[in-house]
Design a protein around this ligand. Structure first.
Ligand code: SF4
Ligand code: SF4
Length: 542
């Protein structure tokens, strides 16, 4: 659908706007979208517009569509759903907008509206990929999804619906379920099964099976870095005392996936905070912050998680609440907006949000400890979208990195251009994400740096995947890991060895034994079954 054809419908509202949800006339969201003056300044900064050259996949085009739905000129069709979920939510358009349009809030509201309708969407039999293949004539471009000319009703497959419910309702809100999922992953990695699956082509074979996830498994599998920490990590210590004189009492958000995959970054963050006069409080009852939920339109669950975290953190009465993940930080700073209509939580949510700071933002705002050793390394820095565009934290990480003796920070071209990670975008929109990654990797390669620092776990995974796929020797780190290392080299503190090598060796041995045991059991069972079949056929023949 073109912008012109959409404009032709402006005078004839034919569809009843949604009865409930944010995409209705006279709502806060409606006021936000009416701030757009359609100037188009945001278009050159939008990665999806740059790739697809489709107005409906630009910020301006998306706002047109949202307004059309809110005013009853357009229904929530499959086309609308695709344009809304094709957006990265990178918020580069916000930075470019002269009119102050808060696009992040708009896209989250549009997706919330879609998810409110999703329960009533018809199910279709098959995968999204199969649906796209059926919709596009053979030989058409990759992105025919965005070239529909007629609206078709939005649908969802049963497998998509079940996966969504498992991920958002069961896994992320529960530390236990998240831990079990990642323990399985760690066993797969540490037992050698992963390299076996790659070497023997087993992964390709499984990926080609006619399941609902056909063709979709390889990228998420490759995306997972070698997860750090124990198989089933205990919660981080509730109270870590300040290493020097206590100046601040800070709350620490450990994150859900961050704590499972990048436990070492969380540990480094706590050490750095303690070295800067902070007593660090990590409440064991905290839950996922809800960033992935809100980003994907699961706002109801996102609000539940926000309320829970406010309840958990309030009694500790911290001066600041620290986060080291850009996507989570952006969401935590918007709890006030998320719960603005909640009479019990609105004011408490705003108070909570006002305390949230990214770790780099906090350190630069205090008289931070500069007793660092030398790190002789050439590095570059990638701006995570939700840090740069979402939180406007641009200079602070660079300031920290530039202060480390010996470190050479090389400028990265298009440092704030999305790498394609964008929450779960690199899993749900793999083709688009890989094109964005290609652009990012070319720019990284051009710097000649051997290390990339970035403040978001999703970006770390995506860039590490890019390096692996291209066979580039590249270390991907969080800026706080470099600061932590510089403190260690400067002998400000030591990291106990038992946390690292010894414990990991033990776990590797355990995971390998379990893996081999499972494999043997499988082989024996197959052998047994074969023998049974042979003897029964012999009996029949005789
Ligand atoms: S720059 Fe802002 S006002 Fe202009 S079209 Fe984009 S969103 Fe609308
Ligand atoms: S959030 Fe990013 S992808 Fe989405 S419209 Fe804005 S610039 Fe484009």
């Amino acid at each position: 659908m073109s912008l012109e054809s959409l404009n032709q419908q402006t005078t004839t509202p034919t569809i009843t706007p949604p009865a409930q949800g944010p995409l209705r006339p006279h709502t806060h969201t409606y006021d936000l979208m009416r701030q757009c003056i359609h100037c188009g300044f945001c278009l050159p900064t939008c990665p999806t517009y740059a790739l697809l050259d489709v107005e409906m996949d630009s910020p301006r085009g998306r706002i047109y569509q949202m307004q059309a739905v809110a005013e009853g000129r357009m229904e929530i069709s499959q086309e609308f759903v695709d344009h809304m979920y094709c957006c990265l939510g990178c918020r580069a358009c916000e930075t470019a907008c002269p009119s102050g349009v808060q696009f992040g809030k708009l896209i989250e509201s549009a997706r919330e509206q879609i998810q409110l309708e999703a329960a009533h969407m018809p199910l279709f039999n098959g995968t999204r990929q199969a649906k796209q293949e059926a919709a596009e004539p053979a030989g058409t471009e990759d992105f025919s999804l965005h070239e529909y000319t007629e609206s078709s009703p939005a649908t969802e497959s049963l497998s998509e619906r079940l996966l969504r419910r498992f991920f958002f309702d069961l896994m992320l809100p529960s530390r236990l379920v998240t831990s079990l999922v990642f323990a399985t992953l760690k066993m797969y990695q540490r037992s050698g099964l992963q390299s076996l699956a790659h070497r023997t082509g087993l992964l390709d074979a499984v990926n080609a099976l006619p399941t609902p996830l056909r063709g979709q498994l390889k990228t998420p599998e490759e995306l997972m870095p070698a997860a750090s920490g124990n198989l089933l990590p205990q919660p981080l210590p509730e109270i870590t005392p300040a290493l020097t004189r206590k100046r601040y009492r800070v709350g620490f958000i450990s994150g859900c996936i961050m704590d499972q995959i990048y436990r070492d970054i969380n540990e480094a963050t706590i050490r750095v905070l303690a070295a800067n006069g902070c007593e660090v409080i990590t409440p064991p009852r905290q839950q996922c912050c809800g960033a992935l939920h809100v980003h994907a339109g699961e706002a109801k669950r996102g609000r539940q998680l926000a309320r829970h975290n406010i309840d958990v953190f309030e009694p500790y009465n911290c001066d600041v609440i620290i986060i080291n993940s850009a996507g989570c930080g952006s969401n935590l700073k918007e709890y006030g907006h998320l719960l603005r209509d909640d009479p019990v939580y609105a004011a408490r949510a705003s108070a909570f949000s006002s305390k949230v700071k990214d770790i780099s933002e906090f350190l630069v705002s205090i008289d931070w400890n500069r007793e660092m050793g030398t790190l002789q390394r050439t590095i570059t820095y990638h701006d995570a979208c939700h840090l740069f565009h979402g939180q406007k934290v641009k200079q602070q990480p660079r300031e920290l990195l530039n202060a480390i003796p010996g470190l050479t920070l090389v400028n990265l071209k298009e440092a704030d251009w999305c790498c394609g990670s964008a929450g779960i975008y690199n899993i749900t929109n793999q083709e688009m994400a890989s094109q964005l990654l290609e652009r990012k990797m070319n720019n990284i390669k051009a710097t000649g740096a051997s290390v990339v620092a970035t403040g978001n776990p999703g970006c770390m995974m995506q860039i590490a995947l890019g390096a692996k796929q291209r066979g580039i020797e590249l270390e991907v780190v969080h800026p706080i890991q470099l600061l932590d290392e510089a403190y260690q080299v400067g002998e400000l503190y030591e990291v106990p060895a038992h946390d690292t090598q010894v414990a990991r060796r033990r776990q590797r041995t355990l995971a390998t034994s379990i893996g081999i045991g499972l494999l043997m059991a499988l082989l024996l069972a197959r052998r047994h079954k074969k023998k049974d079949r042979e003897s029964s056929s012999k009996r029949e023949n005789s």
